[in-house]
Design a protein around this ligand. Structure first.
Ligand SMILES: Cc1ncc(COP(=O)(O)O)c(C=O)c1O
Length: 394
């Protein structure tokens, strides 16, 4: 039965992780895998999460099944975090708790296939490495719009507008809510306004993937584009992840929000989405949602969590500045200032593949072939060595 199957090519990031782990050089630096790290290079459990887990242990009395939409209290609270407290439990939005942002994308793909098989989803080029396999693999027809210019190291905004202006009405547009992965380059508010106007004029359907809320400018600020679109369009999808901003990576918690034209449409969307979940994974695991819901519902825990998100964001920004400052000394004549213009975990460093290889083989500095770096891998201790290594391969 299985004789026709061929082995899949190894996942580039997983391969990089194992190469890094097998490297015995003490000065090695991992800028590959997309997790937050603190100054010690660790990805700790947040204090607010630890406290919520203690409460959960004391309070939880049953582990009976949840429905396909998961924890309804979590759903209301996360909807408020994404769409704003004013819009929480809005009659046009249905929110489901999902196993990570990835499952939110899968369920959304299932819904698109049921709603309109022949629609095209326009995804940015480049985009998160799993968008195309995940959404395309689910059968959604994909095309790309140009997003990043490696020469100017900024968003190709005019091309983006030009492409989207010729997209047929009813097609969907995938947008990264903030902290674009892999470039870190986000649209300005003025650019978002223009994109929102174009989407409205051309009757396109926005599909926002927001995996890093709180890592660009702040929890409220980063949700601004979603809220802008919500006010303007009749229908939209938002897939969100709690993996990074709650550091709950392996607990698999995210959400899918679908906006319909009115309450009746919302009810149909809910029943469709629940049915897709029922036939896919039946219902989401509870632990992550139970933790997040306690953090969002408890004033004290919420304040502590917000401070922790702010601290993570602050460290990422500080490490970007430190790297760019260090490169000014080690590589004068080269401009790396784009690294401080980017948001979140990632940036393209802007070196070629041969230089990426050399950084790995000669200096033990690991990054993805595209030169995407996770700035959380930089620390005050390793930034000097990193800047010297980069300068050496230029
Ligand atoms: C843009 C983007 N979307 C979705 C995800 C999926 O997140 P999760 O781990 O919650 O499934 C990621 C994770 O890296 C991401 O970068």
């Amino acid at each position: 039965m299985f004789e026709n199957l061929k082995a899949q090519p190894a996942d580039a990031i997983l391969r990089l992780i194992s190469e890094y782990q097998n490297d015995s050089r003490p000065q090695k630096i991992d800028l590959g895998v997309g997790v937050y790290r603190n100054e010690k290079g660790e990805t700790p459990i947040l204090t607010s999460v630890k406290r919520a887990e203690k409460m959960l242990l004391a309070e939880q009395e049953s582990k009976t099944y949840l429905g396909s939409g998961g924890d309804p209290v979590f759903n209301d609270l996360i909807q408020g975090l994404i769409f704003g407290a004013d819009n929480a439990q809005h009659e046009r939005i249905v929110t489901l708790h999902t196993p990570g942002g990835s499952a939110a994308l899968c369920v959304a793909a299932g819904l698109i296939m049921r709603a309109r098989k022949d629609t095209t989803l326009w995804v940015p080029d480049p985009t998160w490495a799993n968008h195309v396999p995940l959404l395309g693999g689910a059968g959604v027809s994909l095309k790309t719009y140009s997003y990043y210019d490696p020469h100017s190291k900024s968003v190709r905004f005019n091309e983006l507008l030009e492409t989207l202006s010729s997209v047929p009405a009813g097609d969907m547009v995938l947008l990264h809510g903030c902290c674009h992965n892999p470039t870190g380059m986000d649209l300005s508010r003025d650019q978002w306004q223009q994109v929102a106007a174009l989407i409205t004029d051309r009757k396109l359907v926005p599909f926002v993937d927001m995996a890093y809320q709180g890592f660009a400018e702040g929890l409220e600020e980063d949700a601004w584009p979603v809220r802008l679109l919500f006010r303007k369009v009749p229908e939209m999808i938002v897939a969100a992840s709690c993996s990074k901003n709650f550091a709950l990576y392996r607990d698999r918690i995210g959400s899918l929000s679908i906006v319909g034209t009115d309450r009746a449409a919302r009810d149909i969307l809910r029943s469709q989405a629940h049915n897709i979940v029922r036939t896919m994974y039946s219902m989401p695991p509870d632990h992550g949602a139970a933790v997040v819901r306690r953090i969002l519902a408890n004033k004290d825990l919420n304040a502590e969590w917000i401070a922790e998100v702010n601290a993570m964001r602050g460290r990422l920004k500080a490490m970007r500045s430190k790297l760019v400052d260090a490169l000014k000394t080690t590589a004068p004549g080269h401009d790396f200032s784009h690294v401080t213009r980017a948001n979140g975990l990632f940036s393209f460093l802007g070196v070629n593949e041969a230089q990426v290889d050399k950084l790995k083989s000669e200096y033990g500095v690991y990054m993805v072939g595209s030169s995407r770096i996770n700035v959380a891998g930089i620390t005050s201790k390793n930034v000097g060595y990193l800047a010297e290594s980069v300068a050496a391969v230029l």
